[in-house]
Design a protein around this ligand. Structure first.
Ligand SMILES: *Cc1c(COP(=O)(O)O)cnc(C)c1O
Length: 371
């Protein structure tokens, strides 16, 4: 039950539009895997996953086993890949729920096989220059393939991840792609084209859609957010943002000149001012550094003044508004819009982090949930 009037609104029709738009750019054989890790980048993994699948995504990617399990518990039957490291003692869970795991260590295979009934499906991870997870040279790939030669491991994919595919300078992308081709050679020799080869995140799939092998792992773009400022300024195609955050004024008062407000008294009125209070704060993921940023009220930008509290914050209003007036943190109000990218820039971070940091206390409302 929701009693408060503060919510993240997720328009799932935007998710659908973003999938359809990307699909048009990709060759027919290149599938879209929807990345819904970190609770769908804060948007809600289950609702986004269902919409993405209904809109043409071929499967899902998550970071950790728990995330895959909760998608299965929600009744989702599509292929799911866990892209991060899974402790080998839990491979039995992946086996039972038909979840694909990522592997890249011979010792891991040794340990994993002791926890399997029959077999588990694996994607081989190759490190072509991200320096995070994966096999880094051809000899190691060969050794790994030998260790894999057991009936309990069913290889269904091989992939890598780009460290820098989101800028105008594409040299490192090209280098990583070339390295990928070298590293998959021994894999191709054994598995031919029976497994799925994939490299691209949102940035790579936007910039190089025709080089994306068998699938892309579409994350940030799925939510209508751009992978980088460069891609926001030079978008190969337009994305539709799914998220808005709205609340309402719960208190409005007039303060005299020279009055102070909120913790630490960091704000003092410069004249007679209308000040509104809104029931949202850092306990919802609206970070303290949002102080001095803006919200939309009555289609106009109005500054957040004083410290952001855990549950509330204050806004300087251009005039008296009634209690209940709509307040928009992210999204559109009349002709004005505040994008998550703009918020991220103010917070000196990236849009990915801002939506991930929305806490479970902020209710998620879904629009266009049903196909
Ligand atoms: C998070 C992640 C993605 C998705 O990246 P976006 O930039 O959000 O598209 C793809 N692959 C891996 C391995 C990831 O960790």
């Amino acid at each position: 039950m929701q009693y408060r009037n503060a919510q993240a609104i997720i328009d799932l029709d935007a998710v659908k539009q973003n999938i359809l738009t990307l699909k048009k750019q990709l060759p027919k054989q290149t599938k879209i895997l929807a990345v819904v890790k970190a609770d769908g980048y804060g948007h809600g993994a289950v609702a986004v996953a269902k919409k993405a699948l209904a809109s043409g995504a071929a499967g899902l990617c998550v970071a950790i086993l728990e995330e895959a399990v909760s998608l299965r518990e929600a009744g989702i039957k599509a292929p799911i890949l866990v892209m991060g490291y899974t402790d080998p003692s839990y491979v039995g869970i992946a086996e039972r729920l038909d979840i694909q795991l990522t592997a890249f260590q011979c010792e891991w295979l040794e340990e994993a096989k002791r926890h399997l009934e029959h077999s588990v499906s694996l994607h081989i991870k190759l490190d072509t220059g991200m320096g995070r997870l994966g096999l880094r040279d051809v000899d190691d790939v060969r050794l790994f393939l030998e260790a894999l030669n057991l009936s309990c491991f069913k290889v269904t994919g091989a992939f890598t991840h780009f460290a820098k595919a989101d800028t105008a300078d594409t040299a490192y992308y090209v280098k990583q792609d070339r390295r990928f081709r070298e590293l998959i050679e021994p894999i191709k020799h054994i598995y031919k084209d029976t497994i799925m080869y994939h490299t691209g995140n949102s940035a790579a799939s936007m910039q190089f859609p025709t080089d994306m092998y068998d699938a892309v792992r579409f994350g940030i773009g799925l939510y209508g957010l751009y992978p980088s400022p460069h891609l926001k300024e030079h978008p190969p195609f337009t994305l539709v943002p799914a998220l808005s955050i709205t609340t309402q004024l719960v208190h409005v008062k007039r303060l005299n000149k020279g009055e102070k407000l909120s913790y630490g008294l960091t704000y003092e009125t410069k004249e007679t001012e209308w000040i509104g209070t809104i029931p949202i704060g850092y306990g919802d993921g609206i970070q303290r550094r949002m102080q001095d940023f803006e919200v939309l009220i009555g289609g106009k930008r109005q500054p957040i003044v004083g410290r952001v509290c855990m549950d509330q914050c204050m806004v300087k209003l251009d005039k008296a508004y009634p209690v209940g007036e709509k307040v928009t943190f992210v999204g559109k109000d009349h002709r004005e819009v505040i994008t998550l990218e703009e918020v991220a820039e103010h917070l000196n971070t990236i849009n990915y982090e801002v939506s991930c940091l929305l806490t479970p206390r902020l209710p998620r409302h879904y629009l266009n949930e049903d196909e």
